[in-house]
Design a protein around this ligand. Structure first.
Ligand SMILES: [Zn+2]
Length: 286
C-alpha cells in the first residue's frame, strides 16, 4: 500500500503490516511497519481529545509524515466528522483497508460500521475491546510514520486492555484547566504509568481565549495547574490550545485539516521533540 508524502524517517517501507489478531486480549500485538504508535487519552470525555488528535494528525501531515488515525473512542466516535472522512471499510481478503482523509491521513473508526452519524454505537465492554484490537491488527496500516490512537476516555477496562495489548510507544494526555485538580486526571496518568506506557506529555486544551478586539489573552478558568501536574509526573507540557471558534467551525465542517495556527504548529514541534527524546532515553536504557 502506498503512503502519502515523503518518509523523513528514512525507514524501510517494504514490510507489510499484517499481524494476526490475538486470541486473547492480553497478548501483546506486533507493530508491523508502523514506526510510532502514540495514544491520545483524557481523564473524561468532552475535553476536545479528538479535536487535538485531528489537529496533531494534520500538522504531522503538513510536515510530510505518513499518518494514520485509529479512532478507538468507540462509544463517541468523532474523528470521521472532524477529519471529513467516510467509510465504508473494505476488506478484499487481505485485511481491512483504512479510509483516507483529504489530507492523506488514513482513518479507521467504528463510525464507518454504522449507517449514519446519528446512529448510536451501543457496543460495550469486551466487544469494544475486540473491535479496537481488530482496528489495530486487522487493518493494513503500514508503512506509517505515526499511528495516533484516539483513546476512549477514562480508566475503564477498555483503555486498560488497549494499553496491555497494543504496543504503544508513547501517550499524550489532553486535559482542560479546570479538571486538573480532579482525581480522574491522576487516575488516568497513573494507569498509563503503572502499565509502563511512556508519558510523552500533556496538552492543555480549551486553555485560554484571545480577545478578537485587542488580542488580550484571557484565562477564563484562572491560573493553570498544568505546570504543577506536569512537574509531578516529570512530563512536558506540550501545548496550550486556545478556545478558538474557528476550530469548532472547521471541525463541524470536516475541515480540521485546513485549520493551522501557531498553537497547532507548536503542538506538532513539541510532540516531535518529545517522541525523539523518548526514543533517545530508550536507547540509553538498552
Ligand atoms: Zn479585548
Amino acid at each position: 500500500m502506498a503512503t502519502p508524502g515523503p518518509d523523513p524517517s528514512g525507514r524501510p517501507t517494504s514490510t507489510p503490516h499484517r499481524p494476526a489478531v490475538p486470541g486473547g486480549p492480553l497478548q501483546r500485538m506486533e507493530k508491523g511497519a508502523i514506526a510510532h504508535v502514540v495514544a491520545i487519552g483524557s481523564g473524561k470525555g468532552g475535553v476536545g481529545k479528538s479535536s487535538v488528535t485531528a489537529l496533531l494528525a494534520s500538522e504531522l501531515r503538513r510536515q510530510g509524515f505518513s499518518v494514520g488515525v485509529l479512532d478507538a473512542d468507540v462509544t463517541g466516535p468523532s474523528i470521521p466528522k472532524l477529519m471529513g472522512v467516510r467509510g465504508p471499510l473494505l476488506d478484499r481478503g487481505e485485511g481491512i483497508e483504512p479510509a483516507r482523509a483529504v489530507n492523506g491521513a488514513t482513518v479507521v473508526s467504528s463510525q464507518f460500521l454504522v449507517e449514519s452519524e446519528e446512529t448510536p454505537v451501543i457496543w460495550r465492554g469486551p466487544l469494544v475491546t475486540r473491535l479496537i484490537l481488530q482496528f489495530f491488527g486487522g487493518v493494513n496500516w503500514g508503512p506509517l510514520d505515526y499511528l495516533l490512537i484516539d483513546m476512549p476516555p477514562g480508566t475503564s477496562d477498555v483503555p486498560l486492555t488497549v494499553f496491555q495489548a497494543i504496543p504503544i510507544d508513547g501517550m499524550v494526555f489532553v486535559f482542560t484547566p479546570q479538571e486538573l485538580a480532579a482525581l480522574i486526571v491522576r487516575k488516568a496518568m497513573n494507569m498509563a504509568r503503572d502499565l509502563h506506557v511512556p508519558l510523552l506529555g500533556i496538552v492543555e486544551n480549551l486553555s485560554f481565549i484571545v480577545c478578537p478586539h485587542c488580542g488580550e489573552r484571557i484565562e477564563p478558568f484562572g491560573p493553570s495547574k498544568v505546570p504543577a501536574i506536569a512537574e509531578e509526573y516529570g512530563v512536558p507540557l506540550l501545548a496550550r490550545m486556545p478556545i478558538d471558534p474557528k476550530i469548532s467551525i472547521e471541525g463541524d465542517a470536516g475541515r480540521t485539516s485546513e485549520y493551522a495556527s501557531d498553537a497547532v504548529a507548536g503542538l506538532g514541534a513539541a510532540f516531535l521533540s518529545a517522541v525523539k527524546k523518548a526514543e533517545e532515553s530508550r536507547v540509553t536504557v538498552l
